[in-house]
Design a protein around this ligand. Structure first.
Ligand code: S3P
Length: 491
């Protein structure tokens, strides 16, 4: 039985906090660490189920992985082309990023590996990565519809390709670039719309030869030169803007709030939510801008604001793709109508997010219109009714988005599965409550509530850090016991 989460109207949110490390960068730091020679030290690693799955998988592929303390991990890689065939199945849990990026890595190693995932991931499209990787010489055996579990037989003699992305997807781009690492010659990805460029930045950080050309169309052409010697590097992972989005939007919506989110990654290809909220009239100030491991970082200061509806153009979608669920909650409280255009990709995320948002908002008394590629939300101009029970379908961001809506709605909102939040944001409930939220876990069993750096109320002290788990042994990256996942296809 999943643990339900009840979110009630909150008093003003106040305080200053960090949020857990960036998920995209955490996966990539572990993967590149595994492909580098020597030690990679990662600070601020997101210790969520998704990322712990990647740590375990790279250990199964032969890297040595050790946890030194909260968020501090070390990886000793095997060098490009040096990974081993894993003895067991690689369990990707709920993570599309882990599955697709690691399929790219394995595709050009002469080994066979089987990838599996939970009920949500087993319904997600994988042909988008298999198509280019087949051109590079990899072979795949899949369940019907090209779904997981998938067995990959990597190419013995990989072929470099030039691949134009048919969908704006950083995961597909990254899978091809990672496959290109162990491919002689130049592997090129052309993206019609720029997507998050963490792979490119981190590849350069680890010493790979990459070139990035901006096209007249606004797209990009990214080339990696194969078979480099990558050297282990230190990586400092900034806070995840996709996680910061939840306390940020909550602070805008709950009257009287003022919240600072420290050390958040503000890569322009991830920060579309801030631009959109800005257009909606939000008070968000970026302070103390700096660079951390080649990524722009800032502290975000958000104050309660009266928001108005806007049109969010399709071209912005790649820069805020994971933030639409929480943006929809802001739109539900805004004055006027908000239209989200060109968001068809949301139908193939951890759940069909357009359907899940529309169903949940309607249940909370909000008028929503849904097409295959867009969503129109009629804002309540204040607190929506609420009083809904929302099914989250193994989707962490749907769970957190509706928890945010419950903080402002007239009546409480219950999300039916709080456990799934551990995929990306361990400590979410505790962090929101420290800021002044009123979230309760229905069964009395707490979901993962550890946060790397706990919140402190303004002017107050940080609460004492959660006890760190014991450091594991090299090559034995153990993740905490997974909760039992419900079975059955995605609705
Ligand atoms: C990610 C890319 C995005 C995003 C996902 C993380 C990444 O997926 O939704 O949460 O780390 O590359 P797509 O590439 O499918 O758009």
């Amino acid at each position: 039985m999943a643990t339900a989460l009840i979110s009630r109207r909150a008093r003003a949110l106040r305080g200053s906090t960090t949020v857990p490390g960036d998920k995209s960068l955490s996966h990539r730091a572990l993967i590149l660490g595994a492909l580098a020679v020597g030690e990679t030290r990662i600070d601020g690693l997101l210790e969520s189920e998704d990322v712990l799955g990647t740590a375990k998988a790279v250990a199964q592929l032969g890297a040595e992985v050790r946890r030194d303390g909260a968020g501090t991990w070390r990886v000793w890689g095997r060098g490009v082309g040096g990974l081993n065939e894993p003895a067991g199945v690689l369990d990707m849990g709920n993570s599309g990023t882990a599955a697709r990026l690691l399929m790219g890595v394995v595709a050009t190693h002469p080994l066979t590996a089987t990838f599996a995932g939970d009920a949500s991931l087993s319904e997600r499209p994988m042909e988008r990565v298999m198509a280019p990787l087949r051109q590079m010489g990899a072979r795949f055996t899949t369940r019907s519809g090209g779904r997981l579990p998938i067995t990959v037989s990597g190419a013995r003699h990989p072929i470099p390709i030039v691949y134009e992305l048919p969908v704006a997807s950083a995961q597909v781009k990254s899978a091809v670039l990672l496959a290109g690492l162990n491919t002689p010659g130049a592997t090129t990805v052309v993206e019609p719309q720029p997507t998050r460029d963490h792979s490119e930045r981190l590849l350069a950080h680890f010493g790979a030869e990459t070139t990035i050309e901006t096209l007249r169309s606004g797209g990009r052409r990214i080339t990696v030169t194969g078979q480099p010697e990558l050297a282990g590097h230190a990586v400092d992972v900034p806070g995840d803007i996709s996680s910061a989005a939840f306390p940020l939007v909550a602070a805008l919506l709950v009257p009287g709030s003022a919240v600072t989110l420290e050390g958040v990654g503000v890569n322009p290809l991830r920060a579309g939510l801030i631009d959109t909220l800005d257009e909606m009239g939000a008070s968000i100030v970026l302070r103390n801008r700096r660079q951390v491991s080649g990524e722009p970082v800032a502290d975000l200061v958000a104050r309660a604001s009266r928001l108005r509806g806007v049109v969010v153009p399709a071209r912005r979608a790649p820069t805020m793709i994971d933030e639409y669920p929480v943006l929809a909650m802001a739109a539900a409280c805004a004055r006027g109508t908000t239209r989200l255009e060109g968001v068809g990709e949301l139908r193939v995320k951890e759940s069909d997010r357009l359907a899940a948002i529309a169903r949940g908002l309607r249940a909370a008394g909000v008028t929503v219109e849904e097409t295959q590629y867009s969503l129109t939300i009629v804002g309540a101009g204040g607190a929506p009714k609420g009083g809904a029970r929302v099914a989250v379908h193994l989707d962490h961001r749907i769970a957190m988005a509706f928890a945010v809506l419950g903080m402002v709605a007239e009546k409480p909102i219950t999300v039916d599965d709080a456990d799934t939040i551990a995929s990306s944001f361990p400590g979410f409930v505790a962090l929101m409550n420290r800021l002044g939220g009123a979230l309760t876990v229905a069964s009395g069993r707490q979901p993962a509530t550890r946060s790397p750096k706990p919140a402190r109320r303004r002017g107050g002290r940080r609460t004492s850090p959660a006890k760190t788990r014991k450091a594991g042994k090299p090559g034995k990256a153990k993740k905490p016991k997974r909760r039992a996942r419900r079975r059955g296809g995605r609705r």
